[in-house]
Design a protein around this ligand. Structure first.
Ligand SMILES: [Zn+2]
Length: 507
């Protein structure tokens, strides 16, 4: 019998301090229902979440006798909480499509897992609960999650298995979806997953959560190395601090294969390790003047290896608006040469450049209308050096092989700075965003990226970790926690209560 497996999902990493994510944000980033999903997945470079194509490819590669049943997938660039009315409508459409698709043998759900709405801190749990309600207790429901997910008890209870990424920058979406596919096949053969969830009361600044090295890498590696036949999956989700929810914390989810005891023992071991290493999750950022001095030196002295400056506090990948001027303004004022800066989100400025045409000089204004205190107005003389429709295919890292649409985009020459302005808010995670204007990344003496960490994968061949500068600028995704009032967490929580004690729950 062909297994009918529903494909669906909804992605939002919600920053409590950012403007509300609206229906327009989701629809412009991608909203696919039914056949639209199948059609997208048939493209060489799909636009939908990489998990879907990863799941489908694995099922097909394994020769599974199955039929994909496309339901609905949508997602927005990280932003503020989703407008609750839109969330409810989306969930209702998912429910109705699921009900019409019955009978189903399984559900693959692709989520980010740090969604909040204007009325709820746990929409992800509500979605999984809705799916469970429609398909019943005996139908496998497996969800994939970003490791920046905040986990509710309801999410763990309603899904059979939660599979989180294990890489940051995230480059294993397809592998984790393939893992989900294999686990679902095991469940078809009778495997009974037993999930154990422990929330460790610690929130960590995003820059401390890399998977190549550091405290989080050590924990993830320990979890993966500890897997054995009794363990189906180990997911270790550090969460998303700016979610500001009661679900925040470092989530340890270990799923046993027909074996709860083994999962419990391992979950407790990992939770204890995480708590014991809490003091290692510390930041060391560079001030704007020091970053500018380094960029200036690189521009003047070609013998120096070039540097890449991460504007961590204005990361669209964490809800930042991608338009704060603080670092750019300082680079221009210091007359830094050979600097690439991107990608700045300003629809009006990109449109003006398109109207003027290549070769024209003008008095440019970044943020002529501002939506928050950090998106300050910045005026500068510029030349339109290049124009593009903004559609490209990612080459490395999180966007590799995917079609990305930045909207009408412009390359502006601002003194020694080559500035890229786009019409769709997006994290600068791929050198293609410069290359599409003929700017060779190997020619840059310094690069300013609106990104916290995913640029590391996209720019790695030219900028190994020792050439990365994490800059401390103002913004919605500042890694300096004292810049925020976190009033949504369950307290106490580390490091807000620095001297708190905590014991791993047993039994
Ligand atoms: Zn993430």
């Amino acid at each position: 019998m062909k297994k009918r497996i529903a494909l669906m999902g909804m992605h939002l990493e919600a920053n409590a301090f950012a403007p509300v994510s609206t229906e327009v944000d989701f629809r412009s980033a991608g909203y696919y229902a039914g056949e639209e999903i199948t059609n997208d997945l048939a493209q060489a470079n799909p636009r939908t979440a990489a998990e879907l194509s990863g799941f489908v490819a694995e099922m097909n590669d394994r020769g599974a006798d199955w039929q994909p049943v496309p339901i609905l997938i949508t997602g927005s660039e990280p932003g503020g909480p989703v407008d609750h009315a839109f969330f409810e409508r989306t969930m209702a459409e998912m429910r109705s499509r699921l009900e019409k698709a019955l009978p189903l043998d399984g559900v693959f759900f692709s989520a980010h897992g740090a969604m909040t709405s204007t009325e709820s801190t746990d929409p992800d749990g509500a979605l999984l609960e809705m799916v469970r309600d429609v398909v019943g207790l005996d139908t496998p429901l497996i969800a994939t999650l970003d490791l920046h997910a905040n986990i509710s008890n309801r999410m763990v209870a309603k899904a059979d298995i939660l599979v989180s990424y294990i890489t940051n920058p995230h480059v294993d979406q397809r592998e984790r979806a393939a893992e989900a596919a294999n686990l679902m096949m095991e469940m078809f053969d009778g495997m009974k997953p037993e999930a154990v969830f422990i929330r460790v009361p610690m929130v960590s600044p995003p820059v401390t959560l890399l998977s190549a090295r550091g405290p989080y890498a050590d924990l993830i590696n320990y979890g993966q190395e500890s897997k054995n036949d009794a363990i189906a999956n180990v997911s270790l989700l550090a969460g998303f601090a700016y979610g500001n929810t009661p679900e925040n914390g470092l989530a340890v989810i270990v799923t046993g294969r027909n074996n709860r005891a083994a999962a419990e023992v391992l979950a407790q071991k990992i939770a204890r390790r995480a708590w014991d290493s809490r003091e290692r999750f510390t930041i060391s950022l560079t001030s704007i003047p020091d970053a500018v001095a380094q960029a200036k030196a690189c521009g003047e002295e070609t013998g120096y290896p070039p540097v890449i400056m991460a504007d961590c506090a204005d990361n669209p990948g964490g809800g930042g608006r991608g338009n704060t001027p603080h670092l750019l303004r300082a680079l221009v004022a210091a007359n830094v040469q050979g600097c690439y800066a991107g990608i700045f989100y300003d629809k009006a400025l990109a449109a003006e450049a398109h109207e003027l045409g290549v070769g024209n000089h003008f008095s440019a204004v970044l943020n002529r209308t501002s939506e928050n205190e950090f998106s300050e107005r910045f005026e500068f003389d510029a030349e339109v050096a290049g124009l593009h429709d903004g559609v490209c295919v990612g080459t490395l890292g999180i966007y590799a092989g995917r079609t990305v649409d930045l909207g009408p985009s412009a390359h502006l020459k601002v003194g020694g700075v080559d500035l890229i302005v786009v019409s769709r808010r997006k994290q600068c995670g791929d050198a293609e965003f410069f290359r599409m204007f003929g700017l060779k990344i190997e020619d840059a003496r310094s690069v300013l990226v609106k990104s916290r960490g995913h640029f590391r994968a996209g720019f790695l061949p030219w900028f190994p970790p020792e050439q990365v500068i994490e800059v401390d600028a103002p913004g919605l995704t500042s890694n300096v926690f004292s810049n925020f009032t976190f009033d949504g967490y369950q307290r106490p929580i580390y490091p807000l209560e620095k001297d708190m004690d905590w014991q791993v729950p047993t039994g």
